[in-house]
Structures are given as C-alpha cells and as structure tokens.
Design a protein around this ligand. Structure first.
Ligand code: ADP
Ligand code: MG
Length: 722
C-alpha cells in the first residue's frame, strides 16, 4: 500500500550532505546582490552617485542614467552566471511573480542583440491579467505594468537576475504589496519626522525597521506526497492526534535532527549569499516545527527578503526531501505557525524612537511615540485584525486551541506604571524646568534604559511592546508581512499627524511645548486604555472582557474584511496617501474571493478523500468484520463486540455520506451568489462548518480501522519521521 511504501521511502531518506562553505559568512554575504560595493565596481562614478541619491533620497533617475545602470547590472549578472532577467513583484496572491527573459535576442540573421536597456530595467508590461485585481483591471484598463524599485537591490537566483519592482494598473492603482508599503513608509516618515522636531530639529528622516521571525513545519516529501490534503491545501484536513505530540515540551529549543540541520545550513548559506542577514534558528514548540529569524532591516528590504526566503526555502527543502509547510495551522491539536513582525522606528540621527533614553527629554519623546502607537492600534484594532486575517490564519486566531481573534497591546509592568503615573499626575508636578530651563520629569524620568520586560515576555499577546520595539505576533506564517506593515504604519502615521495638530494648537494658545505634549499624551492615555491588556490573552475571561471593552471581537473572516471599507479606514488611507477608495474596494474584493476559493478547495479535497479514500476502506474493513461475525455466528460463538464495531463504522460511514452530500449542496447554493462578499459569508457560515464535522467522523474511524488498511500517513508518521 502507498502509505507503507511512503513510510519506507521516508525512513530511507538520509541526511543530504551539504558542502560547508570554507569561507567565512562575511566573505560571501551578499555576493548575489547588486549592492553598493558591486555598484561602485560596475558603474561609473556619476551613475553610481546618481543611483545612490535615488536610493537614499528618491531623486528621479533619467532614462540615460537608467541605461547606464542597466549596462553595469547586466555585466555583473553575466559575470556571475546569469543569462536571464526578470521583474520580480508581489501580486495579491501573497507569493511572488516572475517571468524570465533572456539578456539577448536573436536578430534573425544568426546573431544576437542585447536587449537589456534602461527602459527594460525601469518598466515592463507583464501579461498579468490573470493576477488577482478585484476588478480594477476590468473596470479601467486591461494592462498593468511593473516598475523598478531602486531602493531594494537586484539579486541573482539560480541563473536569473531578479529586479524588485512594483506592480500597478495602467491607471495607477496598486496591484501589489510593494506600492502601498512604500507609500505607508513615506507617510510614517513624514508624520514621525514632524513629531521628532519637537525634540530634535536635526532629524530629517524616520526609517521603519522590520525584523520578522518565520515559523514553519517540515514534512518528509514522501509522506507529504501521500497526503492529497497537504499537497493541495497546505494543511491536514483529517488525522487523529498522535498519542505523543508536544505535551512533553521536549521539542522547543531541543536538538535539531541532522537532516533538518543540513537543510537549515544550506538555507542559511543561500540566504546569506542573497544578503538576507539570517541569524537565529531553533526548534519551535510543536514536533517538526522550526523558526528562522534574520537581523532586522529597513522594512521594504526586510519584506523583500522575507518573500525571497519563502521562495528559496521551498526549493532547498526539496533537495533535502522535505516539504516546507507555511500554513498557519497544518495540524490540528498542536501549535500553528506565525510570523512575528518586530517593528520599530529610527531617526537618521540614530535614535530608536521605541527605546527609552537617558534624559527626560529623550524619554518624553519615547513615551510620545509609544503612546501614539497604542492609540493608533486602539483606534484601528478591527482593521489591524483584518490585515492579518485569511482563510488560513483564521485557524490560528479565533479557532479552538488558539489565541482569540482580538487585538490588544501588551506593555509590561514598568511601562504600564509609567503611563499610570503620567495619567494620574498633574502637569505641575510631572513637568518642571530647572533654573536653566532644562526639562525635569517625574514619572517618565524613571524609565530604566534596559527594560525588564525583555525577559518578562507575554507570549499570548498579539501586539507586545518588548523593550525597544513592538512585536506584531498575529501575522500569519504564509502572509506577506507588507499587509500588516502597511496598516500599522499608516495608522501610526495618521495618529502622529493628529497628535502634532493637537499639540500645535495648544502651543498656539500659548502653552509651553513640553506641557502641550504632556497634556495631549495624558488625554491619549485615557482614550486608548481599553486596548492595553497584560493578562493571559488565551483565556476565556479575556474574550468576555474584550467584548465589554468594545474591542473588535468578530471571528468570521469575511465580516472582519469589512473593516477595510469602514469610513474611518477609507479616511485614514486617503489622508495618508496610501490607498484610494477604488484600491481598497478592489483589495477587499480579492480578500473575499481568495477566502471563498480556499474554502472551496478544502471542501472539494475533503469530499473526494472521504468518498474515494476513507469510505471504501471503511467498507472493506466492515465487510471483513461482517464475514467474521457471520462465521462466529455459525460456530455459535458470541459476536456482540464485532457487531458493535460494525455498527460504529456504519454510523460514521452513513454520517459522512450525508455530510458530504450536504456540503456539496451548500457549495452549490453559495456558488450561485454573484456578490463576492455574500458568497464568502455563505462559504464561512454554511460550508466551512462541514470541514470540522466531517473530519471528526474520519478521525474517529482512524482509531478503529485496521492500521494496515488506513490509506493516509498518520499524524505520528508525519510529525515524527524525519
Ligand atoms: P524572540 O524570539 O525572543 O522574540 P528573536 O531574537 O528570535 O527574538 O527575534 C527578534 C527579532 O526582532 C529579530 O529579527 C531581531 O533582529 C528583531 N529586532 C531586534 N531589535 C529590533 C528593533 N529595534 N526593531 C525591529 N526589529 C528588531
Ligand atoms: Mg519574537
């Protein structure tokens, strides 16, 4: 039987040797990237300096200079074994897209001509009508184009030069994640720089940093191939819990098996060559679950790196006879995978705005940014949840054995008490100036520079302050981090702009700057109190408490997506110049459509497996038992227990037949509905519920049917053979 052949194949998979690079990481780090050092070598001085100015300050690059960059880039690519190039972009599928073109074209006379010019580097028209677009491309223009993002360096994968690009419709609407991310980063730069000027006039830019932690599962490829559900949906739609899984807590930080460590080594080597500064690797809580994290980088680059990593990890895993599962909940009953987004803001003068400082003024600045972020998260908590919600992440957030689908902010005891003090104090006792007009603060002056919360972490919070950064932990392991970053940065930008407006008004009315800031912060702390929660986010009491506090507690993904079209959302994205209404409507449409399709695929796969794999096996086993019972009877022996088992199997079988038929019917009804939102709601309310019900019967049968007959690899095999 296939299952046993595959188990044998999996057991025979030996660790694939990786040739350890003899050089030190610093010798090969970024060797596949068209980075600054390489640029200097391959570009003339003027082109090099112009390109740097484009990268650092956004100065437009003329077509002539683009030609010159293209020539240098091409030469470097050829010198490094590349023969093709591609515009590499991030469509709304969540993955990346690429179409490879050769560097040279035949000229029809037996010769070749060079075809990589500045124009080709800068802009292309991918035949992309089949990417999700939520109707934008039908309503407006059928064409879309990709345009070079010079702030993220080109790189080589295999023999292809990849040029990071944005992807837009011909009428200018974003069809990807990069355009809005760049706009959101610009918005927060502007708003945060303006607020920094209260404290330091020398600040001219505020950068956003992102350090992602990528969790994933590895499964042996033979076992994976014998599980159509894993193969087609990325998760197991059935499977009885393994007797042992993570209850002994022996996997987290445990020894990493050789096969896995070899995969990790190769992944790290390839990542480093691509300039991805990977640093940490360890086992995660669940069996076969692992994590990889780089050092944080500027958010646009960090996000490109995460997208790139997700692609290469799949390729490398195959070489080691593994498959990577990026699904947020591939196995029932054990932990799912997330992608923590560590997020901070830093000035071009080198100050981390989420890190406490040494002077009262620095600390007032720190508290200003901290409180404004919390206020933004409070105001848009429903939208932030929408930004991380998907048909797959919904299993991690809001379903059983998972954190609830509620956004709250963890601050830790020290920061909490600083904010409490501030809220209770009056401006006269909190804000004083000494004889030399130097600010003295009680409350905020007591912040230690190293916050104890570094160790006092609350792992149940979806959005936690961790000493010098915020950690947005609700992001899904398969997500493009940009979606979370766009919303978070735009919300923070809007809040900072509003804060500046209020403080300026107070100053105009004659208040001293520090006092105006202090008074405004105090109001904000009061206003956003409800989002602050340091307790156990997984408890049932918190669900009730959060509802009482008026936080968004909706658990239905299609309804959560509605938050994208709330008046407050439309206003925020419009005011900050990130999305217009057309774009938001289109993107929400894509979310509903994607949700429906994912549930539809799962329902089809589970229906097929039930009817073609499970019921036939159950019937065979049942008929064996019937045969036995018949013989027992003819010998006059007691066959009650056999009959009991037969009845049990028969009960599950007929229940399954009924459920599958009902599920098909529910799909038909939903499919007749044209409106994407309504259809997604029907899929959520009337189709998705069958998936759990069906699996319950199958999982029960897995317990009683002869192991020799069971067709699909079991959890204990998927999770422990490696
Ligand atoms: P943990 O698992 O304990 O949260 P890790 O060390 O695995 O911590 O990951 C922390 C991530 O946070 C890394 O990517 C790290 O680079 C990043 N990080 C650290 N400081 C900052 C910061 N100031 N801004 C953004 N990311 C940060
Ligand atoms: Mg973390």
């Amino acid at each position: 039987m296939l299952r046993f052949q595959m188990i044998e194949a999996a057991l025979n998979h030996k660790a694939v040797e990786v040739s350890a690079p003899s050089a030190r990481p610093s010798d090969y780090f970024g060797e596949k990237v068209f980075g600054r050092a390489v640029m200097r070598k391959y570009l003339d001085k003027f082109t090099y300096e112009s390109l740097l100015s484009t990268m650092d300050n956004g100065t437009p690059l003329s077509l002539e200079l683009a030609d010159s960059v293209a020539a240098g880039m091409r030469q470097w690519a050829l010198d490094n074994g590349a023969d093709h190039y591609t515009h590499w972009f991030q469509p709304l599928t969540g993955g990346t897209a690429e179409k490879h073109d050769s560097f040279s074209d035949p000229d029809g006379k037996g010769m070749v001509i060079e075809s990589f010019s500045g124009k080709v580097l800068a802009q292309q028209e991918p035949d992309a009508s089949s990417f999700p677009n939520g109707g934008i491309r039908n309503t407006f223009e059928a064409r879309g184009y990709s345009a070079w993002d010079p702030t993220s360096p080109a790189f080589i994968v295999d023999t292809t030069l990849c040029i990071p690009t944005v992807f837009i419709s011909y009428t200018g609407e974003a069809l990807d994640y990069k355009v809005p991310l760049l706009k959101a980063l610009a918005a927060i730069d502007k708003a945060a720089t303006a607020v920094c000027h209260y404290f330091d006039k020398n600040v001219s830019r505020v950068h956003t940093y992102l350090g992602w932690e990528q969790e994933y599962f590895l499964v042996d490829e033979s076992l994976w191939a014998a599980r159509p559900d894993l193969l087609l949906t990325g998760r197991t739609l059935m499977g009885h819990e393994s007797a042992k899984n993570q209850q002994l807590e022996d996997h987290y930080f445990g020894a990493i098996p050789t096969r896995v460590i070899n995969f990790m080594k190769e992944l790290e080597y390839e990542s480093l060559k691509l300039g991805i500064p990977v640093k940490t690797r360890h086992n995660e809580a669940a069996p076969n679950q692992f994590e990889l994290a780089p050092v944080y980088e500027e958010a646009n680059l960090a996000n490109d790196h995460n997208q790139l990593l997700m692609t290469i990890m799949d390729k490398i895993a195959r070489r080691h006879h593994f498959r990577v599962l990026l699904h947020e909940k591939p196995f029932k009953g054990i932990n799912g995978s997330g992608k923590h987004n560590n997020w901070s803001l830093g000035t071009d003068t080198g100050v981390n705005l989420f890190g406490p400082g040494k002077t009262p003024s620095e600390n007032l600045q720190f508290i200003t940014f901290l409180v404004n972020v919390i206020a933004a998260v409070h105001k848009h908590n429903g939208l932030l949840k929408a930004a991380i919600m998907s048909a797959t992440n919904v299993h991690r957030l809001g379903a059983n054995e998972a954190p609830p689908a509620i956004i709250s902010a963890f601050l830790g005891s020290q920061i909490s008490s600083v904010l409490d003090n501030l809220e209770r104090s009056t401006s006269d006792d909190a804000i004083r100036f000494d004889a030399k007009s130097v600010l003295k603060m009680s409350g905020a002056a007591q912040i230690p520079s190293i916050l104890l919360d570094n160790t006092d972490r609350n792992r149940t919070s979806p959005f936690a302050f961790t000493g010098n950064r915020f950690e947005f932990r609700a992001v899904g392991s398969s997500d493009n981090c940009a979606e979370a970053m766009i919303t978070l940065c735009t919300a923070a930008a809007e809040q900072l702009a509003e804060f500046k407006h209020e403080v300026d008004a107070k100053i105009e009315r004659g208040q001293k700057k520090e006092r105006a800031i202090y008074e405004t912060l105090k109001q904000l702390i009061k206003r956003c109190k409800m989002i602050h929660f340091d307790g156990n986010g997984y408890s049932d009491e918190w669900k009730r408490e959060a509802a009482r506090r008026g936080l968004d507690c909706e658990t239905s993904a299609p309804l959560i997506f509605d938050r994208y079209l709330d008046p407050a959302t439309l206003k925020m994205f419009k005011d900050m110049g990130v999305f217009n209404q057309v774009e938001l409507e289109a993107r929400t449409e894509v979310k509903w459509e994607t949700y429906t399709k994912k549930i539809q695929i799962e329902a089809r796969v589970l229906g097929d497996l039930t009817m073609n794999h499970i019921i036939p096996v159950a019937s065979k086993y049942e008929s064996m038992l019937l045969d036995k019972a018949f013989k027992m009877k003819s010998l006059g022996l007691n066959f009650d227990s056999d009959m009991e088992l037969i009845r049990e199997i028969q009960m599950h079988t007929s229940a399954l037949q009924g459920l599958v038929a009902d599920m098909v019917e529910a799909r038909k009804v939903a499919n007749r509905v044209e409106d994407q939102r309504q259809r997604a709601i029907l899929y959520h309310d009337n189709v998705a519920c069958f998936l759990d019900e069906i699996r319950t019967h199958i999982d029960k049968m897995e317990e009683v049917i002869d192991d020799q007959m069971w067709p699909l690899p079991k959890y204990r095999e998927l999770l422990f053979i490696r």
